[in-house]
Design a protein around this ligand. Structure first.
Ligand code: BES
Ligand code: MN
Ligand code: ZN
Length: 493
């Protein structure tokens, strides 16, 4: 993944390739006009041939044109400038990197006219963010060099180089966190066991994050029978990782993020069918997002106190695995009848949420979990299901999700859904009925949340297997890191 990114002042480069942006109408102004003149109207002629009028996403490439040493002159339509959003510039960056598939250098010229309401520095940094994310590949296990991506150099030419560099420091930290989350989710489960995940989380100490790893013995002492039951069939020990970033005064109440970290979910004794089971290596997507988020926040030295808690287990069938019908006691003291060992994520989160809220008394608690297949049926792959006891947090997440392209959709919770997890044999059972599977899962979680403002994000549809885009060619999307980094930045720093 060798992409060198840099910012330069706004001018045509002398070598490599150049990417020029043309808005709706197809007028060649600024640098585009300059190069057209230099090439004796070749761009204008090519545009005519292709009926190119600057429509968003349309492009045009002139190869090694006479009159310049440039390898390629690429013209890309961007539509109406006033309509361009933050994420459009990320897409632009991803596309720019895409033009470099054979390697080499490309200069993307961001003309002044684009530097609209968003601000020049941010635009250039968003382009860089998109390029970095779009270039990401999980290719560490490819041993044949030619399949690997060649070295590429992207220069972003802007009038706002100084501001772009400041903004990039922040977005670069964000992209590190997103890429960490993607790496963790893409990593196969024979490599990323609970102890290996814990040791990768421990590496955040380098950034100043305080990391504690609770062993099974420590969790047992705390009474975490619900989490431990899930991992008891695995050869790997379960782990609870507690990460703390203290970027604000000690007296300031922290915010908390909790992640489901099922390193592999076979379903346990209630075993899953074989088809597609390999996707369950990504069942730690919530924990990966929390770890990536902690990385981003620490790297950019966010002025906030943050707690990240991840419950790491492997859900396996074996002679020591828990059985359907088993009754476990959670840290809260509430008992749970495990009627389906494949509804394990909620069992892990029950203890992780209870522990987090009681130890840290956070301002709010947001959990992320690849919790139910039902959320994919309801919402598809563009929206995470959002369940909450707090309207204000939901409104904040909704607005940020729209702007940042990591969307959420609020789902219902109700006392009727809650009743569906009652059982005669214990305080609750771990499955509802046939209906509203994502809501009954959320109700289950809420039984482990007291008065703290809380949001549960069901990311089963958004964390992995997402459709490819300019900014993600990866199976694992890294969903949630950006949404929550921006939430913290906008409202809690
Ligand atoms: N990890 C799965 C949910 C999942 C499915 C995530 C597909 C991503 C893609 C979860 O542990 C699970 O198995 N849920 C069950 C719950 C059921 C047994 C009540 C499900 O959704 O079928
Ligand atoms: Mn499961
Ligand atoms: Zn699962």
């Amino acid at each position: 993944m060798s992409l060198t990114l840099s910012f330069s002042s706004l001018a045509l480069p002398k070598s490599g390739s150049v990417l020029l942006l043309v808005s709706q109408g197809g007028k060649l102004t600024g640098l585009a006009g300059q190069i057209d003149k230099q090439l004796k109207g070749a761009v204008t002629r090519a545009m005519k041939v292709q009926s190119f009028k600057g429509a968003k996403g349309k492009d045009l490439t002139l190869l090694a044109p006479a009159g310049t040493d440039l390898k390629k002159v690429i013209i890309l339509g961007i539509g109406k400038v006033a309509d361009l959003t933050e994420t459009d510039f990320e897409t632009l960056g991803g596309k720019a990197a895409g033009y470099l598939s054979d390697g080499g250098a490309l200069t993307l010229c961001l003309e002044q006219e684009l530097e609209n309401g968003i601000g020049g520095g941010e635009i250039a940094a968003r382009v860089a963010l998109g390029a970095r994310l779009g270039m990401y590949r999980f290719d560490k296990y490819k041993t044949k060099k030619k399949e690997k991506i060649p070295a590429r150099k992207l220069v972003i030419a802007t009038k706002s180089t100084a501001r772009a560099k400041v903004q990039w420091a922040e977005f670069s930290a964000l992209s590190d966190g997103i890429i960490l989350a993607r790496d963790l989710v893409n990593e196969p489960a024979n490599v990323l066991s609970p102890p290996e995940f814990a040791s990768r989380a421990r590496a955040l100490t380098k950034l100043g994050v305080k990391v504690e790893v609770l062993s099974e013995a420590q969790m047992k002492k705390l009474g975490m029978g619900s989490l431990l039951g899930v991992g008891q069939g695995s050869a790997f020990p379960s782990q609870l990782v507690v990460m703390q970033w203290n970027g604000a005064a000690k007296s300031k109440q922290p915010v908390a993020f909790v992640g489901k970290g099922v390193c592999f979910d076979t379903g346990g004794i209630s075993i899953k069918p074989a088809g597609g089971m390999e996707d369950m290596k990504g069942d730690m997507g919530g924990a990966a997002a929390v770890t990536g988020l902690m990385h981003s926040l620490a790297k950019r030295k966010a002025k906030v106190n943050v707690i990240g808690v991840i419950g790491l287990v492997e859900n396996m069938p074996s002679s020591t695995a828990q059985r359907p019908g088993d009754i476990v006691t959670s840290m809260s003291g509430q008992t749970i009848e495990v009627l389906n060992t494949d509804a394990e994520g909620r069992l892990v989160l029950a203890d992780a949420l209870w522990y987090t809220q009681n130890r840290f008394k956070p301002k709010f608690m947001i959990d992320l979990a690849t919790l139910t297949g039902a959320i994919m049926v309801a919402l598809g792959q563009d929206y995470a299901g959002m369940f909450s006891n707090n309207d204000k947090l939901c409104d904040q997440l909704d607005a940020i999700g729209k702007r940042e392209g990591e969307q959420v959709w609020r789902m219902p919770m109700s006392s009727n859904f809650d009743k569906m997890i009652d059982t005669p044999n214990a305080d609750m059972k771990n499955i509802g009925g046939r209906y509203a599977g994502s809501s009954t899962a959320a109700q289950f979680l809420q039984r482990f949340v007291n008065n703290v403002p809380w949001v549960h994000l069901d990311i089963a549809g958004t964390a992995m297997g997402s459709p490819k885009s300019a900014t993600s060619q990866s199976w694992a999307s890294g969903y949630g890191v950006k949404l929550l980094d921006r939430l913290v930045r906008s409202h809690y720093e």
